[in-house]
Ligand binder design. Structure first.
Ligand SMILES: C[S@@+](CC[C@H](N)C(=O)[O-])C[C@H]1O[C@@H](n2cnc3c(N)ncnc32)[C@H](O)[C@@H]1O
Length: 234
């Protein structure tokens, strides 16, 4: 079984305490004009409350149907919300109608970090399928190499039993299930994120150090980015 499949069974319980991001993304969703998209929807932890808060349907893109069938995503009808679940890779995002907001929330396991060298994918795919006034928002860890060094070689039981390797030259952590499958996570720095946006024709509308809108500083441990189409200059 892959890491994603194995983690999916535990994801609801594991992510239940992680709620700090929901109001932030719901605020962006309320302000958005046009369809809402959550990239890497997971189990609907964020998409369901957003659909409830806004009354708008949410298109959810995710790789693993198994994951989306877990937890809240099982209940959209009961919850009275409209979710349009689409199985696919967020790097290939294509919509019939450009969206008002693309949201890429992550719990402590960072969805953008799964993309590694192809992290440009979502931002490049985002631009053509985002309305001119729309927003592309995501959060990610500021990777702490002290933590990487500390957990290198360790075995962890949660969320599923696995061992950890940390590769300093690649800003990468490999998580290998006791059963064998490996998932790799890469972390981009702030300047790498800015470069990826630039290449995609997007620019930063805001960069926060947390979901309460606190400024991003040298002490911050999380990036909360909001991007928009780059404005024409000259
Ligand atoms: C840690 S979960 C985050 C889910 C959700 N956004 C949240 O905040 O709870 C990461 C999810 O990203 C999905 N994922 C990873 N790479 C992806 C890709 N290239 N395209 C779409 N989904 C992807 C995984 O299948 C998994 O469901």
């Amino acid at each position: 079984m892959s890491w994603d499949e194995s983690f999916a069974d535990r994801y609801e319980e594991w992510s239940a305490p992680m709620t700090a991001d929901i109001a932030f993304y719901a605020g962006l969703a309320r302000a958005a004009d046009g369809p809402l998209v959550e990239l890497a929807i997971g189990n609907g932890r964020v998409a369901i409350p957003i659909a409830q808060a806004t009354g708008k349907p949410v298109i959810g893109i995710g790789l693993v149907a198994r994951h989306a069938r877990q937890g809240p995503c099982r209940l959209p009808r009961k919850a009275g919300v409209r979710l349009d679940l689409r199985e696919g890779d967020m790097r290939d995002l294509a919509l019939d109608e450009p969206a008002g907001a693309h949201l890429l929330p992550v719990s402590r396991a960072a969805a953008p970090a799964h993309l590694g060298p192809t992290a440009a994918g979502p931002s490049s795919a985002s631009r053509p399928s985002l309305r001119p006034g729309g927003r592309f928002a995501w959060n990610a860890f500021a990777f702490d190499h002290h933590v990487g060094a500390r957990i290198d070689g360790s075995h962890q039981d949660r969320p599923v039993p696995h061992s950890v390797r940390y590769w300093v030259g690649d800003n990468r952590i490999d998580l290998t299930l006791d059963g064998g499958g490996t998932s790799s996570l890469w972390w981009a720095t702030k300047n790498e994120w800015l470069g990826l946006l630039d290449v995609a024709g997007l620019e930063v509308a805001a960069l926060y150090g947390g979901f309460a809108g606190e400024p991003f500083t040298d002490e911050s441990h999380e990036y909360v980015f909001v991007a928009r189409h780059r404005r024409a200059t000259g």
